[in-house]
Design a protein around this ligand. Structure first.
Ligand code: SF4
Length: 399
């Protein structure tokens, strides 16, 4: 039997850019001389469904249920048939899904359809939702899945394809060397909606300990790419894929300031005509010079997890800054002309009305300093975060 693998990205997930995690796995396999296939079913559905679905593609709860799956498979089964054809044509024996909260129902039901159709097909699940199911001891709910990958996919997928062992569960088998990048030779980038633009990664993992965050658990080790390798990628993507806009997918771009400083120096020195955006955290030790270099190297937007205008809540969240530090940080960003936006979390456990009013006061007093509040989310208890909810905690208070 062949060991040909097909990766399927099911809807609905964000569809503006190619999927970085799967692209890195495909590239890693390529380096090991293992051919693989990719099917962006998410993009296909996004393009084929009526445009009215697009507005809230990943946030409308009505698209994350069985009725929606039934509706689209009934009306658009010809799109599923394209997947079936691809499996037949390429003699696929392994199918890997990247499972998110939003596309879980789709992944589950498509897996069952494929299992019924192809008797010997093996199904592999990876992605953030597999981590959640693992933490909640729910993996056995997926009894139609043959292999689970919790954490990074590169090493486990190679092991599965080469039959290195017969484990069912791969837990945090992480790379030491992350100095590689997708060449996208297998993908038509022009199909994606954000043009001349791709995701890029500088570091994997985060060593901060924000109480509400489950993202930090997705990686065990914190690793940073060699800045020279990132420059090589930027040059490659510019030359061969016509890319000049880079979206850093790091949890936090400014964790290793020494390497970041070198990366910025190299972008400036090589006169690379790019723009970039990233998520960063408020840090007391980030100096004015680095911020100036960020601007000079093409940064057009920064997303900052500020979360609360109450020092008491920032402390409860384990944030490494207080509101005064935040103001100094924002002022410095403004001085160098860096655009940024912030996020807020409300209804954090033990947050009271006074804390909430402090946040409102902070935002109002600093409205000329903060260009945009991009996201206000109600606190959600994510698996693995170990936060104890107070007895009288009302989850819906802020919804
Ligand atoms: S800085 Fe971001 S990724 Fe890191 S722990 Fe905090 S919220 Fe999570």
């Amino acid at each position: 039997m062949s060991n040909n693998i097909l990766f399927i990205l099911c809807p609905p997930v964000w569809s503006m850019l190619p999927h970085l995690g799967l692209s890195l796995i495909i590239q890693y396999l390529k380096q090991k001389n293992i051919n693989s296939y990719f099917f962006d079913l998410n993009l296909l559905f996004y393009k084929n469904l009526p445009k009215s679905y697009r507005k809230d593609w990943t946030i409308n709860k009505n698209y994350i249920n069985l009725e929606f799956f039934d509706y689209i498979t009934k009306n658009y089964f010809y799109l599923i048939e394209e997947v079936i054809e691809k499996i037949k044509k390429n003699n696929i024996s392994l199918v890997g899904f990247s499972v998110y909260k939003t596309n879980r129902i789709f992944c589950e039901n498509l897996s069952i359809i494929l299992k019924n159709k192809f008797e010997n097909l093996k199904i592999i699940y990876g992605g953030p939702e597999v981590f959640s199911f693992f933490i909640e001891n729910k993996l056995e709910n997926w009894n139609f899945v043959d292999k689970f990958v919790v954490g990074e996919g590169e090493i486990p997928i190679v092991n599965i394809i080469t039959n290195t062992n017969d484990k069912n569960l791969y837990l945090f088998d992480e790379l030491n060397d992350i100095n590689f990048y997708p060449d996208y030779k297998w993908l038509d980038l022009s199909n994606y909606y954000k043009k001349n633009s791709i995701p890029i990664i500088f570091s994997r993992g985060c060593y901060n300990k924000c109480g509400f965050c489950s993202e930090k658990f997705l990686f065990k080790k914190f690793r940073v790419r060699d800045p020279y390798n990132v420059i090589e990628e930027i040059n490659y993507q510019f030359k061969y894929n016509n890319i000049n806009q880079f979206i850093f997918y790091d949890s936090n771009l400014n964790l290793d300031l020494k390497k970041l400083n070198l990366l910025l120096d190299l972008i400036i020195k090589n006169n690379l005509k790019i723009t970039w955006e990233a998520q960063i955290s408020i840090k007391k030790d980030i100096d004015f010079e680095i911020l100036t270099k960020m601007k000079k190297s093409g940064c057009v937007n920064l997303f900052i997890g500020f979360e609360s205008g109450s020092d008491r809540i920032l402390k409860l969240m384990n944030k490494n800054f207080n509101t005064n530090d935040a103001i100094v940080f924002f002022e410095n960003l403004k001085k160098v002309g860096l655009n940024f936006e912030i996020s807020i979390i409300v209804n954090y456990p033990n947050e009271n009305e006074e804390d909430f009013l402090e946040t409102l006061k902070f935002l109002s007093e600093n409205k000329n300093l903060i260009p945009k509040v991009a996201q206000i989310s109600r606190f959600r208890l994510y698996p693995g975060t170990n936060i104890k909810l107070p007895e009288n905690y009302e989850e819906n208070i802020a919804s």
